[in-house]
Design a binder for this molecule. Structure first.
Ligand code: BGC
Length: 432
């Protein structure tokens, strides 16, 4: 019988693992493939499907492509990126292509429940032989490999680990509102006081963008109000979506949304981050790909921007990992193999993650190679309680996330009230 692993199960226990990145000698970072397709297939090119289409995300992809070109000069990289943060447009298009038996040679997918969808649909090949060939079983922490294993098979190779529960702030805006930019906010209630002050100063208190960024905000509020266990219980059925603690979290979410920019639905995440960079908004909640956007803009923490866990979530790491696949029917499996080798190599993971704001999945990366923010993420990942991100495919299947996103959009555009929102979320989580 096929075991269904939820994103939560995939990540449970990671905190206790040896995922702490330590400076130690590199494992297998000396790729052997020359693009000749030892996997038994065409290695002349590789179409790589991602949503890293522009800005800092494109710079991350470019860094990876540079290493790929050095390691596999005979394999042509074809950029299949589709714009739209969090895969908001890419995932639908990908589904259309998979169903038409026209898969890209490899595609970006989130480890966890989202990946399980593709596995259950029979759309992915087992790549566990490549783990042996490239030495990945040792290069990645054992707990991670165990949790990526479904019935003895592994269907993707992770390129990075992102944190979704980060609150970013503009020191200039906070000072202008009479706030100490170095202040830490332990609870949502502490944060509301500061948000009121920024609002009174005439700036946007909290910048946000289109629906998926609102869902990203929602998940962090659920974590803050329910705690790690209560939040994780939303995905295994042990927390009641109709409970009063969820009502409290949704009330807090509604309040947070009242501080946000009204043009939000026409924006994507880089626009909301830009409002912090430009000193138009005080706070923003976003995954740590935002770190790459601050760096791209030449900004330095803590002078130009600050970061801390979303209030109420300190000690919890809201996890997601991008990973790459070998789709059934890929036209250039040798090219896919070459790509998977580069993204999993020490050199590929270091170059990519430095540019992307994330941290490497490999356990031989050197923390000192990374930014100050990333070093805090590396430390947190090693000691925090790990929970799975909803907005980024770790916690729930794509259909559930889509239904939660629809319910959230209905609520934040005023088409439903809080009681209806809670009912809609409960129905979405129950698959009704
Ligand atoms: C991906 C990140 C990406 C972010 C914004 C997330 O779902 O995992 O790699 O930067 O979306 O597009």
């Amino acid at each position: 019988m096929r075991t269904r692993r939820t994103l939560m199960a995939v990540t449970a226990g990671l905190a206790a693992s040896t995922l702490l990145l330590t400076a130690c000698s590199s494992g297998d970072d000396n790729p052997s493939s020359d693009g000749s397709g030892a996997a038994g297939g065409d290695a002349s090119e590789v179409e790589v499907f991602t949503w890293w289409a522009s800005g800092s995300e494109k710079l991350g992809l470019d860094a990876l492509v540079k290493v790929f070109g050095e390691q596999h000069p005979d394999t042509e990289f074809i950029n299949g990126a589709v714009a739209g943060g969090a895969g908001s447009a890419a995932k639908d298009l990908l589904q259309t292509r998979l169903q038409a038996n026209d898969p890209p040679d490899t595609f970006q997918a989130h480890a966890g429940a989202e990946l399980q969808d593709y596995i259950d649909a029979g759309q992915l090949e087992d790549v566990s032989a490549l783990y042996k060939e490239f030495g990945l079983t040792d290069a990645f922490p054992k707990d991670l490999v165990d949790r990526l294993t479904v019935d003895g098979k592994i269907y993707s190779v992770p390129s990075n680990i992102h944190r979704a529960n980060v609150m970013w702030a503009s020191p200039a805006v906070l000072e202008g509102a009479g706030l100490d930019p170095a202040a830490k906010y332990d609870t949502l209630d502490d944060w509301f006081v500061a948000l009121d002050k920024v609002k009174a100063s005439g700036k946007t208190a909290l910048s946000v963008a289109t629906t998926w960024t609102q869902v990203n905000l929602l998940e962090t509020v659920l974590i803050a109000d329910l705690g790690a266990d209560g939040y994780s219980g939303l995905w295994d059925g042990s927390t009641d979506w109709n409970g009063s603690d969820v009502t409290k979290a949704l009330t807090d979410f509604e309040k947070l949304m009242s501080y946000t920019n009204t043009d939000r639905d026409g924006l994507d995440w880089p626009d909301a981050t830009q409002q912090i960079i430009d000193g138009q908004a005080g706070f923003n909640v976003m995954g740590d790909w935002a770190e790459a956007a601050f760096e791209e803009a030449g900004k330095k923490a803590p002078a130009d921007y600050t970061y801390q866990p979303v209030p109420g979530t300190d000690g919890i790491f809201d996890f997601l990992a991008d990973s790459f696949t070998l789709p059934v029917g890929a036209k250039h499996p040798g090219g896919t193999k070459a790509w998977l080798e580069t993204i999993s190599s020490a050199e590929g993971q270091t170059a990519f993650n430095k540019a992307k704001g994330s941290i490497p999945a490999r356990n031989d990366a050197k923390p000192e190679d990374f930014s100050e923010y990333q070093q805090t993420a590396i430390a947190s990942f090693g000691k925090d309680t790990i929970v799975s991100s909803l907005a980024h495919g770790a916690a729930a299947p794509v259909a559930t996330l889509n239904a939660i996103s629809d319910a959230t959009s209905k609520f934040t555009t005023g088409a439903s009230d809080l009681a209806q929102y809670q009912k809609d979320l409960a129905a979405a989580a129950a698959g009704k």
